[in-house]
Design a protein around this ligand. Structure first.
Ligand SMILES: N[C@@H](CCOP(=O)(O)O)C(=O)O
Length: 489
């Protein structure tokens, strides 16, 4: 299958590219993104066929449907990385929390967040394509806390790869930061910036599009790619777990095959729910996609009003930092699917030039046929963490935001899957505070207090972070990112 461009075609670019070309060079004409030319139609036949399949078999068959230009043995090797998750037979358990409410736990990989679901196999595939071409790649990642650790983990010590991860120095949890700054592989560089995630992502996009930066890299015999969800290589793996989660509900006899459900996703850069959007487009029975966010509530406002307006917004630091985002990259891919390339180009250029765009009434209706949304502030989040804990389930603050939308915009008679994007260990102070009222300033104290209260073990890999040497000490102004990357190479 070929890939096309969300903002139409600049004559300087090829009109279509293969999957490997799209992942090696993820930014398309006019700063747009690559999307599949068409989506495979799965239907109930595919779902029925995979009721008894393992996660890896489902994934392999789905990837086959996309006809990507990657050797089958490379795909199989990449999928074998799911064997390192907590349960090699099921990397994504789906757990019942209360009547009609299920949690799909996406955090059982090496860095304890959902990003491992895609970055583990995607990193292996990208590295293998680079090695086969015998080319050197610089992979950039901008992170608000979860992508960074997962990207560093997947690319560390990979041949032909150097990787730079940019994070907001004061915008992640301690555990997220420690996961990054204690990485010591020679091919990795971690850069903290005095700025927020939007600054980090803007720098990444501008470097990907910069001719002079790319030319400088070429002189060093290096090409440039990205590990964020702007890269379709991430998204393709983020479709699979939505289908798997649906099948898990059928397997648990929670739903009949074909029954429609809500898919409720904590959303920031929109990659996770975009995977669900594509799964729905491919035939997964979904009532609505529920977009949950924190006090940085631009996605909720957009879905409720059709106006994406961040002119007067200041990014707020919250207790669900992975969603502290205003310029959400993957909304663009939905705009393209619903309204086409010309309109997407117009809307995205409004956003770039005026920090605002506005849908027409008809366009908004089309969006609202698919998406509903609500946001949850930190205090409400703590309330949900506590009340769900009292019913026997421990969840992180990102997952907790979904509980608000579950109550406010979903029909309780229809089953919901809420996606749990991170393990409790990554955000212990807020969880400890929600459960016990304690205010722990040190993560270690908060981890112990949750461990006591909830009778859960702190995983060794999390404990180890607090004694590991900090090897990545760079913190710079956001204007110095390019210089700092070039110094590293
Ligand atoms: N929430 C992310 C931000 C980057 O998102 P991505 O899905 O585009 O990689 C994070 O935690 O880093």
């Amino acid at each position: 299958m070929n890939f096309i461009q969300t903002r139409g075609i600049d004559p300087a670019y090829p009109s279509t590219v293969t999957f490997s070309e799209a992942i090696l060079s993820p930014i398309a004409s006019y700063g747009g993104l690559y999307v599949p030319e068409n989506l495979p139609n799965l239907g109930l036949e595919f779902l029925n066929k995979h009721l008894g399949s393992s996660y890896k078999d489902l994934a392999f068959d789905l990837l086959k449907k996309f006809e990507i230009d990657i050797d089958a043995n490379v795909i199989l090797e990449a999928l074998d990385l799911y064997d390192n998750f907590d349960n090699k037979n099921n990397p994504v358990p789906v757990v019942k929390v209360k009547d009609n409410l299920y949690v799909s736990e996406l955090y059982h990989g090496p860095t304890r967040a959902f990003k491992d679901m895609a970055l583990q196999p995607f990193g292996r595939i990208l590295s293998s394509v680079a090695q086969k071409k015998n080319e050197n790649y610089l992979i950039l990642a901008a992170t608000s806390g979860d992508t960074g650790p997962a990207a560093l983990e997947t690319f560390k010590n990979q041949k032909n790869i150097q990787m730079v991860c940019i994070y907001p120095a004061n915008g992640t949890s301690d555990v997220q930061r420690l996961q990054m700054v204690t990485e010591d592989a020679k091919n990795l560089k971690v850069i903290g910036i005095n700025g927020n995630f939007d600054d980090a992502q803007a720098a990444l996009k501008s470097l990907l599009a910069s001719k002079s930066f790319n030319d400088t890299l070429k002189e060093k015999n290096i090409s440039l790619s990205a590990a964020n969800s702007v890269n379709f290589g991430r998204i393709i793996f983020q479709i699979i777990y939505h289908i798997h989660s649906y099948l898990e509900l059928v397997r648990h006899n929670a739903i009949e095959m074909g029954e429609k459900i809500y898919i409720n996703v904590p959303s920031g850069n929109f990659g996770n729910i975009l995977g669900a959007f594509y799964a729905k487009e491919m035939g997964l029975p979904v009532e609505k996609l529920v977009v949950s966010s924190n006090k940085n509530n631009i996605l909720t406002r957009f879905i409720k009003t059709g106006v994406y307006d961040i002119k007067d917004d200041e990014l707020i630091l919250t207790t669900s930092p992975a969603m502290d985002i205003l310029k959400s990259s993957n909304v663009e891919r939905v705009l393209f699917s619903l309204y086409g390339a010309d309109r997407t180009k117009e809307l995205m250029s409004d956003l770039d030039n005026n920090s605002k765009y506005e849908l027409t009434k008809d366009e908004l209706e089309k969006l609202q046929e698919i998406f509903i949304a609500d946001f949850c502030d930190d205090e409400e989040g703590k309330h949900y963490i506590k009340s769900v804990f009292d019913e026997g389930y421990l969840m992180d603050p990102h997952t907790a935001t979904c509980l608000k939308a579950y109550e406010t915009v979903c029909d309780p008679k229809i089953k919901s899957i809420v996606y749990s994007t991170a393990e409790w260990t990554k955000f212990s102070p807020v969880i400890a505070n929600a459960l016990t009222g304690e205010i722990d300033t040190r993560d270690l104290d908060a981890l112990s207090s949750i461990s006591r209260e909830a009778k859960v073990e702190i995983p060794q890999m999390i404990k180890d972070l607090f004694t590991k040497e900090v090897t990545q000490k760079t913190v710079i102004e956001k204007t110095d990112i390019e210089k700092s990357i070039l110094n590293f190479l």
